[in-house]
Ligand binder design. Structure first.
Ligand code: HEC
Ligand code: HEC
Length: 160
């Protein structure tokens, strides 16, 4: 990285506005520090952990914070009521979180795959960036034997 002239780099550090631009998660004000209504996540969850989890929810489902939280899209986070359970997807997300935890702890972790580096199920594993998981596009089954229609040219090409 190129060094900035001293005076300018000071200005950069001092400018919270520019900092907000560089850190998109904070573009709408500070992420809250005190949590009043954690029912599934541990009460000891840190700001960094919660921010990571919430980003995972939003990106995994392809939604904005307002999908689950009371607030106006684009407004400063300080105007949001994150503790409120008014928006139904928030409670659904709690149920999903419990399911994912249980899956990872009681099924995935105990699978005897022999793999050293284990993967875990995440919201995105099913959701793939959509709030309702998109259907899996099943590959065309192999051409049936005798008398059936020949495979489509595109299909034949792939096999050859
Ligand atoms: C898919 C739903 C969902 C999305 C999207 C989501 N959240 Fe959450 N959020 C939750 C749930 C569920 C909880 C409560 C977790 C619990 O009960 O342990 C929560 C809790 C919080 C809390 C703690 C509130 C309190 O005082 O208890 C904050 C702050 C928060 N979210 C911020 C955000 C931000 C910022 C975004 C966008 C980047 C976001 N969330 C996106 C579901 C969501
Ligand atoms: C094992 C697959 C799977 C995983 C993992 C999963 N979900 Fe879901 N989720 C689903 C399915 C399937 C539906 C849709 C059910 C239906 O048809 O109504 C759904 C629906 C939802 C909904 C309701 C739709 C909406 O937006 O109102 C929310 C919210 C949700 N999931 C949040 C989450 C979150 C947050 C996580 C990660 C903690 C997660 N899900 C992990 C399968 C999954």
């Amino acid at each position: 990285m190129k060094k900035l002239p001293i005076r300018m780099s000071f200005a950069v550090l001092a400018s919270t506005a520019l900092f907000a631009v560089l850190a998109p998660a904070q573009a709408r004000g500070q992420f809250p520090e005190d949590y009043k209504n954690l029912k599934v996540l541990p009460k000891t969850t840190t700001k960094k952990e919660l921010l990571g989890t919430m980003k995972g929810f939003a990106i995994g489902l392809g939604v904005r914070c307002t999908h689950c939280h009371v607030g106006v899209e684009g407004a400063d986070f300080s105007t949001f009521d994150f503790a409120s359970d008014e928006r139904p997807p928030k409670e659904l997300a709690r149920q999903m979180l419990k399911m994912v935890r249980d899956l990872n702890a009681n099924t995935i972790a105990k699978l005897n795959t022999g793999r050293e580096k284990r993967l875990e199920v995440q919201c995105a594993t099913c959701h793939r960036g959509k709030n309702i998981p998109p259907p899996y596009d099943m590959p065309t089954p192999p051409a049936p034997p005798h008398g059936a229609a020949p495979p489509r040219p595109a299909e034949a090409e792939k096999k050859g």
